[in-house]
Ligand binder design. Structure first.
Ligand code: ZN
Length: 247
């Protein structure tokens, strides 16, 4: 166990109101690609940048193309929680962690067993008919795609089904924001993981932290490193995987 892990263990041992603030890096270790990382393949397959496809305007302008991208990039199948998700759920069950705040739209924290999860950018697991507001899960979106339906339509009224994720040009959900800020403001330890904090407005949330220990775990350097008591430039799953949970 290296020095940094020992320091993190000591902080976690003395804390009983930890909040975890996570970003894309937490999910990439489970195999979910970060759609913002543009590669050569990407450029050949899509005519628009991801930020444009995942915007509200684009959703209504070219719903079929939106769903082609969304199903391919944001609804990967066979994905499982990794060591980071599992350890955070374990910390919550032990009464030490009070909330996970995440920018990710997958369901991996809940699958790992976390109960209090504020998903700032919404979730792929909730989808609603735009006309009658009927609910559909993520399986429905996948299955309609497999059947060749380019756009998922409501089984009750035929309306277009839209994912409950925050698209570009859309605002965050007020209740989720309030809950996340409250949790961060009350925390004694804030662990930021798997995010370089360059996605606003979500990244500005950490300003509400007034507690004792601010920890950053991210593979690369971030602008916030200078403000943190402890900075670990290693993969989040490997780091949290080494932590021992005692009540
Ligand atoms: Zn409907």
């Amino acid at each position: 166990m290296n020095e940094n892990i020992k320091k993190l263990q000591a902080i976690i041992d003395e804390s009983d109101n930890i909040v975890f603030f996570g970003g894309a890096g937490v999910s990439t270790e489970s195999g979910i690609p970060d759609f913002r990382s543009v590669d050569g393949l990407y450029n050949k397959e899509w005519d628009y940048p991801p930020e444009e496809i995942l915007s509200r305007d684009f959703f209504f302008r070219d719903t079929a193309e939106f769903y082609r991208f969304y199903r391919a990039k944001l609804l990967p199948t066979g994905i499982k929680p990794n060591k980071a998700h599992l350890k955070l759920a374990e910390l919550e069950a032990a009464g030490k962690l009070k909330a996970v705040v995440t920018q990710n739209i997958d369901n991996l924290h809940q699958e790992a067993g976390s109960k209090v999860v504020y998903q700032l950018h919404g979730t792929t697991s909730r989808n609603y008919c735009l006309q009658c507001h009927a609910f559909y899960d993520d399986k429905f979106i996948v299955e309609t795609g497999e059947k060749g339906e380019k756009i998922p339509h409501c089984k009750k009224c035929g309306g277009i089904v839209k994912p409950d994720v925050v698209l570009y040009q859309e605002g965050l959900d007020d209740k989720t924001v309030e809950g996340a800020i409250q949790a961060i403001a009350n925390a004694d330890t804030l662990i930021i993981g798997g995010t370089s904090l360059n996605v606003y407005p979500a990244a500005s949330f950490i300003r509400y932290f007034q507690g004792k220990h601010l920890v950053m775990i991210n593979k690369s350097v971030t602008p916030q490193d200078a403000y943190c008591e402890l900075v670990i430039h290693e993969p989040i799953g490997e780091v949290l995987g080494q932590i021992t949970v005692s009540a």
